[in-house]
Design a protein. Structure first.
Length: 116
């Protein structure tokens, strides 16, 4: 089973950028699909972006609300998946979680707050 640890959250002004990292343990990391989810207060958890395994970096998918602003990527040599978030909006405020979508392991989450 893969263990996941997120980092990189914080407070940023609208229009700003943050880069989240999801560090994974385990030798199977390069063969799993990883997703970034978020959960805002009073709302259900939603899938923001995902990336499949692949020698060339994998296939990516994005929620409509973040297309063109967020980029998911992976570095299998570092067992890490990233979420680059640009042009952040107040509605992006949430706890962000990464997930091993093959086996259902979750990280502890990292808070992202977009506010002036």
């Amino acid at each position: 089973q893969v263990q996941l640890v997120e980092s990189g959250g914080g407070l940023v002004q609208p229009g700003g950028s943050l880069k989240l990292s999801c560090a994974a343990s385990g030798s199977i990391f390069s063969s799993i699909t990883v997703g970034w989810y978020r959960q805002a207060p009073g709302k259900s958890r939603e899938l923001v972006a995902s990336i499949t395994p692949g020698i060339s970096g994998g296939t990516t998918n994005y929620a409509d609300s973040v297309k063109g602003r967020f980029t998911i990527s992976r570095d299998n040599a570092k067992n890490t998946v990233y979420l680059q978030m640009n042009s952040l909006k107040p509605e992006d405020t949430a706890v962000y979680y990464c997930c091993d979508m093959n086996f259902g392991s979750w990280g502890q989450g990292t808070q992202v707050t977009v506010s002036s």
